[in-house]
Design a protein. Structure first.
Length: 604
């Protein structure tokens, strides 16, 4: 147990060091993009440090002028000037710092969202939703907090140096007395950073873990309730809390140990300096005003203790920035083409040549060769895990193959600019994303200047117009006020695909929530919408496969056969695919339906 604990501690320490290193790179990059704002903050900070160091001397001179009958008006004038300059510098510093924080955080969140989307289908496996949310909300604000903390530390150190210089000018013995304690304070600070870094990193990771589990439980709330596992899932969500508490306690203990030692050290130094100053005053070596100034300088110099809180904030921010950098440094599954090839006119002729796709060490698609003539509808059929979704993801570059090429109308899709390819290939998924503000927005999402008439036509072809007409404001109904079933959401997603008028359409189990009668009507509407368009349909129902011109039968990552459904139905292995789908869903797979029967059903 002790060896496992030691290994775990060393592993976490390695992770912490890596995160701090990558966080440092991201922070330097961020600083380079906001030079003028940081320069302004640095300048105002220097002004504040200078005025802070001058203030005790000006106050001391005013006291001596009052006691000895000097020019009190001039002394008070200098004091007012110093206070005024300090006020202006603080106001400018607050204004620029606020703008800097907002701009940097917004820019980093924009980069993070864009990169997460570029990670493609592998992104959710590498960074679950809770992790992304944690890094997007809390960690992305780290650079905005880090630099003010850094400048605060530098300002404190500069103030301490200036205060010590002021003590030197009054009496060298005062400065020497104070400096005796500085090495002890530096040693305590170094020990704290070394002890607290790992616990801070672990704390942030556990927070993200809890968020991920909570989101998963929220999405699967109905399944959890139906399974009678509410209490067990509550325990699963909160299980990391004990370790989270322990990580926070370690940070607090490190901070507590540091605080009481510094709290004891600082008063000792102050008493020692004032004792030496009192002795110097009795000997006539310094004036009363200089003793007051010395007391103020000691208080300023003792402000170095505040570096502790800033150090905690900086380490936390550096680790947080490292968590953001970890996402940004992850290689996307989709790369930007080195050269841009135009997509020639065509109707969606598709070729896959020697395509391989790997997930970790598993070969999902194994040197797949597939040719689909333009205007052909193809059903992709296979058992769970045979690579159906992986294959269809390659067509529109939701991911790139590890080997081989994908050609659309004779052009390698990896050479086509993504916006162009997105207009040529459209998708509809089993679980559509609810995007936009209203029903009309969801159907037209991703397109500009779409007329309401076009939206209504697409909805009618997807058999969505009827239930939309029953909503409070029809197509203008806000999505938040339009509770819909899974089948209704799928029909909106299909309407969105229809509206794009792409040359190649991919339906990834996009009609799975529809009943058989509705699916037949939807299929007829889509057939009219996509006349002479190429379509790929992941099929789990025999009725869906029977409507396609061809069926691509996937087995063990390869194309076992490419033929019409009625030809393949004589194969026991092919029929077993639908039997397996029946077992997975708990429903009976329907018998194959001939095209003529479907047409008759639609006419009736």
């Amino acid at each position: 147990m002790e060896l496992r604990g030691l290994a775990r501690m060393l592993r976490h320490q390695g992770n912490t060091d890596a995160l701090r290193a990558s966080g440092g790179r991201l922070l330097r990059s961020t600083a380079g993009q906001s030079r003028w704002m940081l320069a302004t903050v640095a300048l105002t900070t220097v002004v504040q440090v200078v005025t802070a160091v001058l203030t005790p001397a000006v106050i001391g001179s005013a006291i001596d002028a009052a006691i000895r009958g000097g020019d009190l008006g001039a002394a008070l004038g200098r004091l007012v000037l110093v206070v005024g300059v300090t006020t202006v510098a603080m106001a400018v510093d607050d204004l620029v710092s606020s703008y800097f924080g907002s701009a940097v955080t917004a820019g980093l969140r924009h980069r993070l969202i864009g990169h997460v989307l570029l990670l493609g289908v592998g992104g959710p496996r590498r960074f679950p939703a809770g992790e992304v949310l944690s890094r997007l909300t809390e960690n992305a604000a780290s650079p905005a907090s880090f630099f003010p903390s850094l400048i605060s530390v530098l300002a404190t150190l500069m103030t301490t140096v200036g205060a010590v210089a002021g003590l030197v000018l009054i009496d060298l013995r005062l400065a020497i007395t104070f400096l005796v304690g500085v090495p002890f304070a530096a040693l305590l600070l170094r020990r704290f950073v070394a002890r607290a870094g790992d616990s801070l990193q672990r704390y942030q990771h556990l927070q993200a873990t809890i968020a991920t589990r909570l989101l998963d439980a929220h999405q699967g709330a109905r399944t959890i309730r139906a399974s009678g596992t509410v209490e067990r899932d509550i325990d699963r969500v909160v299980q990391p809390l004990e370790e989270l508490h322990e990580s926070g306690r370690r940070v607090w203990e490190a901070q507590r140990g540091m605080s009481w030692q510094l709290t004891l050290l600082v008063p000792l130094l102050q008493v020692a300096v004032l004792a030496v100053g009192g002795s110097a005053l009795s000997a006539g070596d310094i004036t009363p005003g200089e003793l007051v100034a010395a007391s103020s300088y000691v208080a300023l110099a003792a402000g170095v203790v505040g570096v502790l809180d800033a150090a905690v904030a900086m380490v936390t921010c550096q680790i947080g920035a490292g968590r953001v950098a970890e996402v940004l440094d992850t290689t996307p599954t989709i790369t930007t083409p080195d050269r841009s090839a135009p997509l020639p006119p065509g109707r969606g002729h598709l070729e896959l040549r020697g395509v391989c796709v790997r997930e970790d060490t598993r070969l999902v698609l194994d040197h797949v060769d597939l040719t689909i003539p333009a205007g052909t509808s193809v059903a992709i059929v296979g058992r769970s895990g045979t690579g159906k979704t992986a294959l269809t993801s390659l067509v529109g570059r939701l991911r790139d193959p590890d080997e081989g090429v994908v050609l659309l109308d004779g052009t390698d899709v990896s050479d086509v600019e993504l916006p162009v390819l997105r207009r040529a290939v459209t998708y509809a998924f089993e679980r559509p994303a609810v995007l936009g503000d209203t029903i009309a927005d969801m159907i037209s999402y991703g397109q500009e200047q779409v007329s309401l008439a076009a939206v209504e036509r697409a909805a009618a072809l997807a058999q969505a117009a009827q239930f939309i007409s029953l909503l409070p404001d029809g197509y203008d109904t806000p999505l938040a006020r339009a509770p819909m079933s899974g089948g209704e959401l799928q029909r909106l997603s299909l309407a969105r695909a229809v509206l794009r008028d792409a040359r190649l359409v991919v339906l990834d189990d996009a009609t799975s929530s529809l009943d058989t009668a509705t699916e037949v009507k939807v299929a007829e509407g889509l057939r009219r919408a996509w006349t002479e368009r190429t379509s790929l349909v992941i099929a789990h129902r025999t009725a869906t496969a029977s409507r396609a011109d061809l069926v691509a039968w996937l087995e063990n990552g390869r194309i076992r056969a490419l033929a019409p459904h009625h030809v393949l139905w004589s194969e026991p292995g092919y029929r077993a695919v639908f039997a397996a789908a029946e077992d997975d869903s708990g429903t009976r797979a329907p018998e194959p339906v001939a095209i003529a029967e479907i047409d008759t059903a639609v006419q009736q």
